[in-house]
Ligand binder design. Structure first.
Ligand code: AMP
Ligand code: ZN
Length: 113
């Protein structure tokens, strides 16, 4: 998608701090971190959110989840981590390219909403 921020980051047209990449997935540091580790894991193929998961093949979706675990291990999040994917306006999604926030490095709050 030519006007998508994360597609441009994946293509290297907008700079980012890459932390992980494979054939299907790109992961980079969030520009506005909410935890000591805050990485965004995104599929290289464009889909707006999990509401459009049918637009992605199963390999890609699985690769995203696997990459979350790899990023957590790489970042040394041995105490645990949280994965969040905001979907749509009620969830305050601000970038319409599916992404998984990997958050860690501190004790999280118990509440999720
Ligand atoms: P969401 O609100 O769930 O859609 O998350 C979008 C995330 O993208 C936010 O946490 C932003 O801080 C992050 N973000 C926006 N622009 C950039 C950028 N250029 N590089 C890295 N992260 C970004
Ligand atoms: Zn995109």
């Amino acid at each position: 998608m030519s006007d998508c921020l994360f597609c441009k980051i994946i293509a290297g047209e907008i700079p980012s701090t890459r932390v992980y990449e494979d054939e299907l997935v790109f992961a980079f540091r969030d520009i506005n971190p909410m935890a000591p580790t805050h990485v965004l894991v995104v599929p290289k193929a464009h889909a707006a959110s999990l509401a459009e998961a049918d637009a992605l093949d199963d390999r890609t979706l699985a690769a995203c989840l696997r990459a979350c675990g790899k990023v957590a291990a790489q970042e040394g999040l041995t105490g645990g981590f949280r994965v969040v994917s905001n979907c749509g306006s009620d969830a305050c999604q601000s970038v319409p390219h599916l992404h998984f926030h990997v958050l860690g490095g501190k004790k999280m709050s118990e509440g999720m909403a």
